[in-house]
Unconditional design. Structure first.
Length: 95
């Protein structure tokens, strides 16, 4: 169970956060965040169904995360160029 002092401290921080978000600078910051970061995570989580990593270990998870980011960026490029995503992939040939 939490102590009374800890609860009032949390309530105080919530009030500070709410007042900073209500300011003009806070509204600008939130608008910029929703325009830049949130859509990426929303796309990866809901459209690509990345709700948890399937691999274990920091290096493997890092690689899996980078693959999802690459896939997201390829789709953005394809949408900007108005082409299908797979047409941007360069076939790898053995030499």
């Amino acid at each position: 169970m939490r102590a009374i002092g800890e609860i009032t401290s949390i309530i105080g921080r919530v009030g500070e956060t709410q007042s900073s978000i209500a300011s003009a600078a806070g509204k600008h910051m939130i608008a910029a965040r929703f325009a830049t970061v949130e859509p990426v995570f929303g796309n990866l989580r809901h459209n690509k169904r990345l709700t948890r990593f399937t691999l274990r270990g920091r290096a493997k998870v890092d690689g899996q995360w980078k693959r999802y980011c690459i896939m997201h960026n390829i789709e953005k490029l394809a949408q900007a160029l108005e082409v299908e995503p797979w047409t941007l992939l360069v076939p790898v040939t053995g030499q």
